[in-house]
Write a protein that binds this ligand. Structure first.
Ligand code: SF4
Length: 355
């Protein structure tokens, strides 16, 4: 099969809601209401719809070069079934990663999905939510009477897909009814409207990923602008959700102190005071593996992302593949400075971790 697509844009525009160019349905997806609903939506949008013959295998994605294939994959949606119902762990932010989608339309240069999704960078939405929620319930029961936290953004940015899937709202309302279940996810998108009236029962912590201007401008094409994210943060806090921010990846760059100081100042100035009573921050310094570096340099050949092993400290990884992080002196300087800035502006906030 050949599919004609317009050439990928040289620069990826910010902010617009995601509409894929190609949509594939796995054989069983249409047996589920969510599969049929997405099919209907895709038809109404006039999208290029295909059926695949097998599970999680798209063999005929168009594109001449690897780069072109990658960019097209980022605009391709696959609607399928989640077969693996064994959840990965998700330390330090939660006990488990809950999979409702994989892949993302964003083009953040540093994104770890570059390596974890490898040759399959297309976006997959899972239609068998009942199975996924059933598995979550079993995990909650197994840990009772402890609380079990689930992270929904380990493999995707589910807020950016919500207008297509509706899965996050289902998940939020499911956790809202689970006395021992908690949900959290993070987003760089501002399309929060479908989630504002969800019955969350304060069991979901809604986090936004924020960063210094330099990082957003240079490394986060295809995501919502800072001001849009903050505006959305105000809305979700007003809808009663516990709110959080993840500053990640924290990048050492010229003028980083000013950059991160301004970030906290802007947050402080834009967030209504009554939305900051129960605020959390998570801080993650930039890290990369050798494999990630290779992939990033192929996909974003002009990136300004500094990945020089000479300037980094090697940190052994649990599964053999070590990571390059900042040397202790730099990491401590970043941690101390940003921590001070947070407590200066938000004295009641909780910093959950720096890693
Ligand atoms: S928005 Fe998040 S998941 Fe999407 S590309 Fe950027 S870092 Fe990756």
């Amino acid at each position: 099969m050949t599919t004609k697509l317009s050439p990928p844009p040289a620069s990826v525009p910010h902010s617009s809601i995601f509409v894929p160019e190609l949509v594939y349905f796995e054989p069983d997806a249409l047996n589920y209401p969510k599969g049929r609903q997405i099919h209907e939506w895709a038809k109404q949008q006039g999208l290029d719809i295909h059926m695949t013959t097998s599970h999680n295998q798209i063999r005929d994605l168009p594109g001449e070069t690897e780069l072109e294939k990658y960019r097209i994959a980022k605009r391709t949606l696959v609607v399928g079934i989640r077969k693996t119902l064994k959840f990965d762990t998700s330390k330090p932010s939660a006990e488990y990663a809950i999979p409702i989608a994989t892949g993302c339309m964003g083009h953040c240069h540093y994104c770890y999905l570059q390596t974890t999704l490898g040759a399959k960078p297309y976006i997959r939405i899972y239609v068998n939510m009942e199975d996924i929620l059933g598995a979550a319930k079993a995990y909650i029961e197994e840990r009772a009477p402890e609380i079990t936290r689930f992270e929904a953004a380990c493999t995707s940015d589910p807020v950016g897909l919500e207008h297509i899937s509706g899965s996050l709202k289902e998940l939020i309302e499911f956790m809202g009814q689970e006395p021992l279940g908690r949900l959290r996810f993070v987003t760089k998108y501002h399309h929060v409207e479908p989630l504002l009236d969800a019955k969350h029962n304060k069991h979901t912590r809604f986090r936004f990923s924020v960063n210094a201007d330099y990082v957003i401008k240079n490394f986060e094409p295809g995501t919502s602008r800072f001001a849009e994210r903050i505006d959305a943060a105000g809305k979700v806090a007003n809808a009663g959700y516990p709110l959080g921010f993840i500053i990640a990846p924290i990048i050492w760059h010229e003028g980083w102190e000013k950059g991160y100081e301004e970030l906290l100042e802007k947050l402080h100035a834009s967030l209504p005071t009554d939305t900051t009573r129960d605020l959390t921050f998570e801080l993650i310094q930039h890290r990369y593996t050798k494999t990630a570096k290779n992939v990033i340099q192929r996909r974003y050949p002009k990136t300004k992302l500094e990945m020089d092993e000479e300037k980094r400290k090697y940190k052994w990884g649990r599964w053999g593949q070590g990571k390059y992080v900042y040397p202790d002196e730099q990491a401590n300087a970043l941690r101390e400075f940003i921590t001070e800035q947070i407590f200066d502006k938000f004295p009641h906030a909780k910093i959950e971790y720096f890693t």
